[in-house]
Design a protein around this ligand. Structure first.
Ligand code: 13P
Ligand code: SF4
Length: 368
């Protein structure tokens, strides 16, 4: 059914002014922790050590570019062992990061689940800030580093904890579900979190006739189309997925009627209406592994198409390429810098973290 109502900052005259706050901040790098910059020369040793990694990315990284990347990849992989660090990367990270240095890769849900199993002392989060916060919430005693604190998200920036309190005043007793693409401050105000992998299941788990679902208006619309629960939404949107249009997809199909199109549920409804499959980034990847289409259009951030093509070179990708500028703030250079200096460390006020953790853990404790 259509969403029941949609609200945004302009609907609350008593909304506190100011920029949406984040509940965590980067701590200064630890004094005395910095290690010297290693040599970044392309040597025989680097070539030998990185050859198996190049095998994994040879279909998406030209051989002429590898000598420019491999010394940094080699240095990062050595340093993470010395530091007892683990590198966690979202599916939207560039292939040299996703296939070259990451120990754990996946969608938001997989990264949250894997974060609870980490044995290393340090987690380097190659993704955006809310992902680093989620890792910190689930690993309060570990050091969580983000290579660039400016790696934000238009969804997380669209709503504050104060907005959630105003929604609760307007709809007393209605449970609130927050997409993980929110700050810890917002997670602390809601009943439960969800990701795009489990959003419908989470909404239905509350056994309520109406649920407030925030902040992504399009994911809310998608969830509403899959459940009888009435959905009240927030006016946030992902700046990457909201740019796709149904016309664009129809043009791909007109050019080749046999093409398969798969889309992320952060896309507008006219886009999803044209897609053969809709799912989270992990569900999309699993769909491609299972179906092996000849020609495919992936309607999501475009590094993911590179990461999938590296694994499945037989699938021809037609790529309407929308990059997430926040995800792309993470680079090999700043990952190396992060491991050398142990910056920037993500810290969250412990009292707020405890409330936010409850919302994430409640999601993770749901039975599949
Ligand atoms: P998922 O990986 O959970 O599908 O999320 C997509 C996304 O936009 C993360 O920023
Ligand atoms: Fe946020 Fe969209 Fe970028 Fe994901 S792709 S981090 S939802 S702006």
């Amino acid at each position: 059914m259509p969403i029941t109502g949609i609200y945004g900052p302009d609907d609350f005259t008593d909304r506190p002014q100011g920029h949406p706050s984040t509940s965590s901040r980067a701590a200064p790098a630890r004094t005395g922790a910095a290690l010297p910059m290693p040599s970044l020369q392309w040597t025989d040793e680097v070539e030998r050590a990185t050859a198996p990694l190049y095998e994994r990315v040879k279909h998406v990284i030209p051989s002429i570019e590898w000598p420019l990347m491999a010394p940094t990849i080699h240095a990062i992989n050595k340093l993470k062992r010395e530091r007892n660090a683990v590198i966690v990367a979202h599916n939207y990270q560039a292939p040299e990061i996703f296939h070259g240095v990451a120990d754990i890769g996946g969608d938001s849900l997989q990264l949250a689940v894997e974060a609870t199993k980490v044995k290393a002392d340090i987690i380097v989060q190659c993704g955006v800030h809310f992902m680093a916060e989620t890792s910190k919430l689930l690993n309060p005693d570990k050091t969580v580093l983000i290579p660039d604190t400016r790696a934000g998200c238009s969804l997380a920036a669209s709503i504050t904890g104060a907005d959630v309190r105003l929604l609760r005043q307007k709809f007393p007793g209605v449970p609130v579900v927050a997409y993980v693409n929110t700050s810890a401050e917002v997670k602390a105000e809601v009943d439960i979190c969800c990701t795009s992998s489990n959003a419908v299941q989470v909404v239905e788990s509350l056994n309520a006739p109406t649920v407030i679902f925030l902040p992504d208006r399009y994911l809310a619309t998608y969830v509403a189309s899959k459940t009888d629960v009435k959905i009240i939404a927030w006016k946030g949107a992902c700046e990457v997925h909201e740019r796709f249009t149904g016309d664009e997809l129809r043009a791909f199909r007109d050019a080749d009627p046999s093409v398969q199109i798969i889309a992320h549920p952060e896309c507008p409804p006219d886009v999803l209406a044209e897609a053969d499959f809709t799912g989270s980034t992990a569900h999309m990847i699993n769909w491609v592994r299972a179906k092996r289409p000849k020609r495919l259009v992936m309607i999501t951030e475009c590094s993911m198409a590179d990461n999938v093509r590296a694994e499945l070179p037989d699938v021809e990708m037609l790529r309407p390429c929308n990059l997430c500028p926040h995800m792309k703030r993470i680079t090999l250079s700043n990952i190396l810098e992060s491991l050398l200096t142990l910056g920037e460390e993500v810290t969250i006020d412990p009292a707020l973290a405890e409330r936010a953790r409850r919302s994430v853990e409640r999601m993770m404790n749901l039975k599949n």
